[in-house]
Design a protein around this ligand. Structure first.
Ligand code: CA
Length: 737
């Protein structure tokens, strides 16, 4: 590709049909805030209080809170769908959610109403028997806020409590809705700084008259915290910061003094420090605790974030707070001095378990770093930390000190290194399920490495300047494609698994290997089944004792969301949302041997599917997506220009449009842009022509010339892949320099 090309076309601005690039559905903000239909929500049925959630076992037909009960085990006592009847499980109904971006929510079901969230933090109350919409609510998140999200405009669910529905919006608001009508009761701004790239994608949790909510944004550079609001009034009750702030200012609460002693040198507060609580917050009625799952450091690299060393509390920790006051009771740090984006935000479950001959109240978590933690909920004592996937960054966790023993051979400040797990984690937010009776946890696990290498700036000067408009990891993202290509021979193969894992012995009871790494959350049941939707579009019921697949349904769409189950009038239903994306947008279209996922083959159909025994509804059979790459006319640029475009693309575009301009299927693939999009390319990037769809302007970080270089690079990549598909160059030639 060492050609010198001349850009010939006359750039005439035309009406752009962006949707011509790939089959897109309406995904922009709509104007209606609350829409209602004839079906209604009975205001008394939505009245869930602490008592009901605490006694959720007495109403197994409902799914009252995020993880079904306060323990969040996602194990249902329902048995109508079981090993014998699952063969007759069929689709009862489905609902198009009018999106082709990732759906990640856990719906709440109370009596005959299902409450769920969709993309752009929209909320729906639907008839759980038929799928008819009772009301919907659109918080009208500004389209350009999508740029502030690391992992797309997703939402993982709502909380229903005392006649209200609570949702956190992508742009940082917490909204209380009337459960009967969907109208807004109150709304608060949870953000401490709206100029920083904060987002909310997690489900709020409720208990003791309070709503708990955190946020995300560590990749961009923010400071993490969680706030408790009065559920009735929306008034702030307490706020707990997870990392220390500007040392010239007073500590917000005493725990910050303790934390600050573990941060040394540098200016972490300018980067934000990280430690966002973007997913798991669990209430424990046994101790009146709230557990926070705390995220990674910002930037990722500790030599930049805290050059004097230190553990950098409370990054990558489980922190136990008094639910009423927000005062800390204990903490356990999974990854001291996090250096790899090893969040501990993954779903936590509570259980009563016999450990070393003694009954204990334990907390279970499989965070990104690959070790499965069993902690005593009373004092945070570490009881077990067995690896549940391939781990190379550390040899083991020392149970005496409670600390991991790092592998010194993989210090990436000296040399680029493939490390397992990578930033997608050995397990991410896709929920696991706890089977207390069998003594196992069903984990959607993965081996997915990243090649870590320090940024060129740091290598040359030992300095790293914050970029307010992009990712601030401290790694060399500008050269990431080249790094991968140059080191591909040493790459550990990415793989996905569903594992029945014994957290006490560290042994696998059974393992199902899945040919793609990015798969869905898990539900298990007293019917003897484990349900999971996978990347290949298969919704499968496994025998929970053996891992044998007993039933499969082809949804034609990759799945991430966890299934749930409920019962109405004596009939058991199993439901799941379809549609992939989220944190794997950067990975994009996988290279062999990772299997192509269903949303690439067909489309990313955002749907709510509900099954029952004897269900006969059918999904439309989709056509295979046309993924031919058009001839790139008028395209010629010097290799220097293309290389400059590549750096900018990797720094600003790849996190959504995919590494090497290979989209994962839910965000437009730029190799297949229409003529109109090519014509308006600079206006889209610089002026925000498509901001309403989530493609915000980048004129704060890119110049007109940078944008033109990106365009050269995109076209060069498209042409390269087109020629490769035609057999004219080999796929191995991923470089042109
Ligand atoms: Ca992260």
């Amino acid at each position: 590709m060492n050609k010198v090309l001349v850009l010939l076309g006359v750039l005439v601005v035309a009406v752009v049909v962006y949707t011509a690039m790939s089959p897109q559905m309406d995904d922009g903000s709509s104007s209606a805030e609350v829409a209602q239909t004839s079906a209604v929500v009975d205001p008394t049925t939505a009245f869930i209080d602490d008592e009901r959630i605490r006694n959720a076992e007495s109403e197994p037909g409902n799914w009252l809170s995020f993880g079904r009960t306060y323990e969040e085990q996602r194990f249902s006592p329902l048995t109508q769908v079981n090993k014998e009847t699952v063969g007759q499980l069929g689709l009862a109904w489905y609902k198009d959610m009018n999106t082709n971006r990732a759906l990640e929510a856990t719906p709440i079901v109370v009596d005959d109403t299902m409450f769920l969230s969709s993309t752009w933090s929209r909320v729906y109350a639907v008839d759980a028997r038929t799928g008819e919409t009772k009301w919907s609510y659109d918080p009208e998140v500004p389209g350009e806020w999508a740029r502030k999200a690391c992992c797309d405009v997703v939402n993982r669910g709502v909380a229903v409590y005392k006649g209200r529905v609570y949702v956190g919006t992508l742009d940082g608001r917490l909204v209380s809705l009337d459960a009967a009508t969907g109208s807004v009761v109150w709304e608060v701004d949870t953000l401490i700084d709206r100029t920083r790239f904060y987002t909310i994608t997690g489900a709020p949790r409720v208990a003791n008259g309070k709503v708990f909510i955190g946020n995300g944004g560590a990749e961009f550079g923010v400071r993490g915290y969680v706030t408790a609001y009065d559920a009735e009034s929306g008034e702030e009750v307490w706020r707990f910061f997870t990392v220390p702030g500007d040392p010239s200012l007073p500590f917000e609460h005493p725990e910050m003094e303790l934390a600050a002693e573990t941060w040394k040198g540098g200016s972490w507060w300018e980067f934000g420090g990280g430690g966002t609580v973007w997913n798991s917050i669990v209430y424990d009625p046994d101790f009146n605790n709230v557990y926070l799952g705390v995220g990674n450091g910002s930037p990722w690299t500790r030599v930049i974030r805290s050059p004097g060393g230190g553990d950098n509390l409370f990054l990558s920790s489980v922190v136990a707070l008094d639910a009423d006051t927000g005062a800390m009771k204990w903490y356990y740090q999974t990854t001291p001095g996090d250096n790899w984006d090893y969040t501990a935000v993954q779903d936590m479950a509570l259980a009563d378990m016999e450990v070393d001959g003694e009954m204990r109240k334990v907390l279970l978590q499989a965070p990104k770093n690959g070790f499965f933690y069993v902690l005593d909920r009373e004092d945070g004592k570490l009881l077990r930390a067995n690896p549940f996937a391939t781990v190379t960054w550390a040899s083991h966790v020392d149970l005496e000190t409670g600390r991991p023993v790092e592998n010194p051979d993989l210090d990436y400040t000296q040399k680029e290194q493939w490390v397992l797990p990578g930033p997608l984690g050995a397990h991410n937010w896709q929920a696991m399920s706890v089977d207390e009776e069998a003594g196992v946890v069903y984990i959607p696990a993965q081996d997915n490495p990243l090649i870590y290498g320090m940024s060129e700036d740091w290598k040359q000067s030992g300095l790293y300047k914050r970029n307010p408009g992009g990712w601030n990891t401290g790694l060399e993202f500008g050269r990431i494609t080249q790094l991968v290509v140059d080191n591909i021979a040493d790459q550990p193969t990415p793989k996905g698994y569903l594992k029945a894992f014994d957290p006490l012995t560290g042994e696998d009871k059974w393992v199902v290997e899945i040919p793609h790494y990015w798969n869905g959350g898990v539900l298990s049941s007293a019917g003897g089944l484990v349900f999971q939707g996978d990347a290949l579009g298969m919704f499968t019921a496994y025998d929970k004792d053996t891992g044998e697949a007993l039933w499969q349904f082809n949804t034609y769409t990759s799945m991430l969301a966890p299934p749930i189950t409920f019962e109405i009038d004596g009939e058991q239903y199993v439901s799941i949302l379809t549609g992939t994306g989220g944190g794997d947008l950067f990975g994009g279209e996988p290279l062999p041997p990772v299997a192509e996922h269903a949303s690439l083959t067909y489309n990313n159909y955002g749907r709510l599917l509900v099954f029952k025994v004897g269900g006969t509804e059918e999904l439309p059979v989709p056509t295979v997506r046309d993924r031919s790459i058009p001839v790139q006319a008028d395209l010629v640029a010097s290799s220097d220009q293309i290389a400059a475009g590549e750096r900018h693309y990797n720094n600003y575009c790849a996190v959504c449009h995919g590494l090497a301009v290979r989209s994962g299927g839910s965000i437009p693939d730029l190799r297949r842009m229409s003529e109109g999009t090519h014509t308006a390319f600079n206006q889209i990037v610089m002026d925000g022509l498509l901001a309403a769809n989530g493609m915000a302007a980048f004129d704060d970080v890119l110049s007109e010339q940078d944008t033109t270089m990106i365009h050269h690079y995109v076209k060069a990549r498209a042409e390269q892949d087109r020629l490769a598909a035609a057999g004219e160059v080999s796929m191995g030639q991923l470089t042109w320099q």
